[in-house]
Unconditional design. Structure first.
Length: 313
């Protein structure tokens, strides 16, 4: 059998694969035949909101089941996961069913009820409130956008990085020579309730890339906004991952929630030829009129999916 036909028959298969396995196999076959090979594979979910919805465990179980089947290099949840209370130990048991490395990002709702960031880190068994790690020739930085500036007495959730964390981040990014991916709960590119220091952080990223002489910082992933978009600022990709559970609606007064029938998550693959693919999931709303927004609302639209994207890096 010729190599081309062997690859197709091996990777795509026929009736021996289930529908979902067949889909994965076709993707791998296409990559193999185009001459690119996967360098890094990451499963990403965000904004489960276990403490605000009724089917959080079921949604997370679906994600974990698929990740155990696909076997990415690691999985990461990007915040608003669960508060550190006894009732949520079963949810953590589901999360820990994943057999590979697992990482966490702190979200603003994870301290609801007066819990501290340290309590969240301990309950999740996370690496820290913010931290970095290396995998497969890539550097990863996890930020904590939930710090409150000294002397800030304003109401509402904090959405800041204090000077100590910014200093740590800058030193960490300058110290690595590896291509880098950043995770933060709040959008660093989104001034609609995103990170307050977003413009400053973006400028730091751009100066680090200029000093390095290449696009060291390639991606910045966020959750929090329950939206689906991809922005590019000075060569850096800012990707918003939609909630695994629901989207916000924007009626004329107040706001409402539109739950998706099926959970949403993303699967990132970085290839050896300098390209990346994001494979999302699509669903429908559970009866809510999520698209009936205030006509004066100018933000990103509500959508019950995470888009597939092909990105040159």
């Amino acid at each position: 059998m010729k190599r081309r036909n062997f690859l197709i028959s091996t990777l795509i298969g026929t009736g021996s694969l289930s529908g979902i396995q067949n889909l994965y196999a076709k993707t791998e076959a296409s990559a193999a035949l185009s001459g690119k090979k996967p360098l890094m594979r990451i499963g990403i979910c965000t904004d489960l909101h276990q403490d605000l919805i009724k089917d959080g465990e079921k949604r997370l179980q679906s994600f974990i089941n698929e990740m155990n089947q696909r076997k990415p290099d690691f999985i990461i949840q990007m915040g608003d996961f669960c508060i550190p209370k006894e009732k949520n130990k079963n949810l953590m048991g589901i999360w820990n069913q994943f057999t590979g490395p697992k990482y966490h990002v702190i979200g603003n709702h994870d301290t609801d009820g007066g819990f501290t960031h340290d309590q969240v880190v301990d309950f999740w068994n996370a690496k820290g409130k913010y931290y970095s790690f290396d995998t497969n020739g890539y550097h990863f930085v996890v930020l904590n956008g939930n710090e409150r500036p000294e002397g800030d007495t304003s109401k509402g959730y904090p959405r800041s990085m204090n000077p100590a964390q910014i200093k740590w981040m800058k030193q960490d990014l300058e110290a690595t020579n590896l291509p880098t991916i950043v995770f933060c709960h709040q959008g660093i590119d989104n001034d609609q309730d995103g990170l307050k220091e977003g413009a400053l952080i973006r400028l730091i990223f751009e100066r680090i890339n200029k000093k390095a002489g290449f696009n060291k910082i390639q991606f910045v992933f966020s959750g929090h906004h329950h939206e689906d978009y991809h922005n590019v600022y000075n060569g850096i990709n800012y990707v918003q991952i939609n909630s695994i559970s629901y989207q916000f609606t924007h009626p004329v007064t107040g706001y409402d929630f539109a739950h998706t029938k099926e959970p949403l998550w993303a699967f990132l693959t970085i290839y050896t030829n300098g390209t990346a693919e994001i494979k999302g999931r699509k669903s429908e709303y559970m009866g809510q009129e999520a698209t009936q927004n205030d006509p004066d609302y100018n933000g990103y639209p509500n959508v019950p999916y995470i888009s597939d994207r092909a990105i040159k890096i």
